[in-house]
Design a protein around this ligand. Structure first.
Ligand SMILES: NC(=O)c1ccc[n+]([C@@H]2O[C@H](COP(=O)([O-])OP(=O)(O)OC[C@H]3O[C@@H](n4cnc5c(N)ncnc54)[C@H](OP(=O)(O)O)[C@@H]3O)[C@@H](O)[C@H]2O)c1
Length: 349
């Protein structure tokens, strides 16, 4: 495919362009970094050779379910295996998986000036807190990415679902908001991100179900047995959140409290009523599915693990999430995908 000039979503704002460091140039990091660069920001991508080598050879291509396409030629990408010495970014986007947060935070602390803004764009609830503990000199903010980004091929990333990024309010972030808008990444700013993060976590409870099913997300969601598994995980979590006085925010077409009921509908009715939820590319899978396929550490501790920690704090049990967590942890590359029925049986449903 011939390289063509990337088109930003809106004209770049007046004033100096921000320098953005993406820590963890994977699916989300390259997606956000690539779009910001196309809008005129100076972007440095810090990542692993597996991801950087194809970018250095072929550049970065970003597509989305709305038929958008952006291409950044290799020569325009600033790629690094470690945080470049002497760099003073205006903003860091932390885009590593949750298990890599503490390590990445320590590397950032060693290389960047005190007070540098670090926005965690990760799933889970506690990544910004983990970063704060590992690198207390940096300023940690919470963010939430509502959509799915998948790798279609080397250097080719695709956003397969939709939604708006949400970030925690901070005065230091204000000058850069127009740049995110120009990049087609408008930020919804909230004072308290915790309810939004829990709202997203409720949806992420399906990641493990999807990973164990071996199916694309849409196909898995159209299977009533798998949906019953997710509904049970969500119900259990909603009960605990209520006990804890946390009201999860709505981050999808369906209100959090309605999710279990919606998921338990017969498939023809679910297909009809969950049209927006099902607006997913046919091939999209959860990133936990990719992690299991590649035998990498999953984010089960940041998702089901967070529910289990909440249960412990409340002196309660979360048996379905506990069993799910156990299943994922004991998964091996030789394990066969589980049918919906088998998964229900494992979860005692
Ligand atoms: N993908 C999605 O659709 C999606 C959607 C919403 C939210 N999220 C969340 O966004 C976060 C990132 O997910 P992702 O799918 O983008 O993950 P990813 O594709 O695995 O990208 C993270 C990359 O960062 C690398 N990395 C880890 N530690 C590093 C370090 N110290 N220095 C440089 N690179 C490092 C990883 O390498 P190693 O493999 O060697 O660790 C990996 O290549 C997760 O919390 C995820 O849950 C993902």
């Amino acid at each position: 495919m011939a390289a063509r000039a990337p088109k930003p979503a809106a004209p770049p704002p007046a004033g100096p362009a921000p320098t953005v460091l993406v820590m963890g140039a994977g699916l989300i990091g390259c997606w956000l970094g690539g779009r910001l660069q196309a809008a005129g920001a100076t972007v440095h991508l810090v990542g692993r050779p597996r991801m950087l080598q194809p970018l250095a050879a072929q550049g970065l291509t970003l597509t989305d379910l709305d038929d958008g396409q952006l291409q950044l030629p290799a020569a325009q990408l600033q790629l690094h295996e470690t945080v470049p010495a002497g760099l003073q970014p205006d903003l860091v986007l932390l885009c590593v998986k949750s298990g890599a947060t503490a390590g990445a935070a320590a590397e950032l602390a060693a290389a960047l000036p005190a007070g540098t803004l670090v926005l965690s764009m990760q799933n889970g609830i506690s990544n910004a807190d983990l970063g704060q503990t590992a690198a207390p000199g940096l300023t940690w903010l919470r963010g939430m990415v509502p959509y799915n980004v998948a790798e279609l091929g080397p250097g080719r990333l695709h956003r397969g679902t939709s939604g708006q990024l949400v970030v925690q309010a901070h005065a230091g972030l204000a000058p850069w908001l127009p740049w995110f808008t120009a990049a087609g990444l408008p930020l919804d700013v909230h004072d308290d991100l915790m309810p939004v993060q829990w709202g997203k976590l409720l949806l992420n409870l399906n990641n493990a179900v999807n990973a164990l099913s071996g199916l694309p997300l849409r196909e898995q969601l159209l299977n009533s047995d798998y949906r019953h598994c997710t509904a049970a995980l969500v119900s259990e979590t909603l009960f605990l959140l209520k006990q804890a006085g946390i009201r999860p925010a709505r981050v999808s077409a369906v209100r959090p409290g309605m999710l279990p009921r919606m998921l338990r509908l017969p498939t023809p009715l679910f297909r009809l009523l969950a049209r927006r939820m099902l607006r997913i590319d046919a091939q999209a899978r959860s990133s936990m599915a990719d992690d299991l396929a590649r035998n990498r550490t999953t984010e089960i501790d940041a998702i089901q693990g967070e529910v289990l920690r909440l249960a412990t704090r409340l002196n309660q049990l979360a048996p379905t999430n506990a069993r799910m967590s156990q299943l994922v942890r004991s998964w091996s590359p030789r394990s066969q995908p589980l049918s919906g029925r088998s998964l229900r049986k494992f979860l005692n449903l």
